[in-house]
Design a protein around this ligand. Structure first.
Ligand SMILES: Nc1ncnc2c1ncn2[C@@H]1O[C@H](COP(=O)(O)OP(=O)(O)OP(=O)(O)O)[C@@H](O)[C@H]1O
Length: 259
């Protein structure tokens, strides 16, 4: 059953000096509990699409609904969780206070036991009284994930969340995210540049064309779960990654032709 429904969505940015046609006639259905990755050439509109799903940007035309509600309604209920490449934590607040922050904005003060429970679940239970500058990049991203998860979001939108982490931390975070997803069955839309990351994590991989971004291909991931973590490759993994790589190359080539 369709949960996130994106219908004929286009978006053009208007600046003082120019207009940038970022997305063109996007149709995409995502089911409840699905893990979908968006990949595509740099500047093809992945973050823009994610922002329209999160109601951070208004499309020029078309619509996005989640469980039949407009994304603006869902956003008002604070039921959209965002995780960005930078953790965007408030440096003067402790980890615990950062996790509580968005709930406080919504007029709810989460109980300490609730904060402890989510922090334990995401593996930072021992750091609630620490400040962001005392944490590693991976730990800061865990705090950012807790801050989103404590809202019990209907969807989790993740924009290259591990893009700034070193390779080892990134792989650990991928394993952790899969565990969290399997236990909570949240619907996740995940933007990444990394084919191996998309192939390891997702149920589906949507490949976008060069700008203006369109859906170029939509792959159901053939790799059975549980999958090999830490970059370990099976024949099936490398075959699927080659297919995705070819698709990305086509998108890149199209960009050069259009330029
Ligand atoms: N606020 C804005 N005003 C004008 N143009 C913008 C704005 N934000 C993004 N763009 C342009 O829209 C296009 C899509 O940008 P977007 O960040 O969504 O792409 P992306 O696929 O996420 O890129 P990357 O992979 O490099 O992060 C790009 O050409 C970008 O320069």
């Amino acid at each position: 059953m369709t949960y996130i429904a994106i219908k004929d969505l286009s978006l053009t940015y208007q600046t003082k000096t120019k207009s940038v046609h970022a997305l063109s006639h996007i149709d995409l259905d995502i089911e409840e509990g699905e893990f979908v990755s968006l990949i595509g050439p740099s500047g093809c509109g992945k973050s823009t699409l994610l922002s329209t799903i999160g109601a951070l940007l208004e499309p020029t035309s078309g619509s996005v609904t989640i469980a039949g509600q407009t994304v603006q309604e869902v956003r008002k209920q604070r039921k959209i969780g965002n995780v960005f490449q930078e953790a965007r934590l408030l440096p003067w607040r402790t980890v615990g206070a950062n996790i509580a922050y968005l709930s406080e904005l919504a007029g709810q003060r989460p109980r300490q036991s609730e904060i402890q429970e989510i922090a334990d679940f995401v593996g930072i239970g021992a750091f609630l009284n620490s400040y962001p500058h005392e944490l590693s990049g991976g730990m800061r991203q865990r705090v950012s994930l807790c801050r989103a998860m404590i809202l019990d979001p209907m969807v989790l939108l993740m924009d290259e969340p591990f893009g700034a982490l070193d390779a080892i931390t990134r792989e650990k975070m991928q394993v952790e995210l899969l565990r969290i997803w399997e236990e909570t069955k949240k619907t996740i839309v995940f933007v990444t540049h990394a084919i191996d990351e998309a192939a390891y994590l997702s149920d589906r991989i949507v490949v976008m064309s060069a700008r203006p971004g369109r859906i170029q291909a939509d792959y159901v991931n053939p790799l059975v779960r549980p999958r090999e973590p830490f970059g370990r490759q099976t024949h099936e993994t490398s075959d699927f990654q080659s297919v995705l790589h070819g698709e990305l190359m086509r998108a890149e080539t199209e960009e050069r032709t259009d330029a």
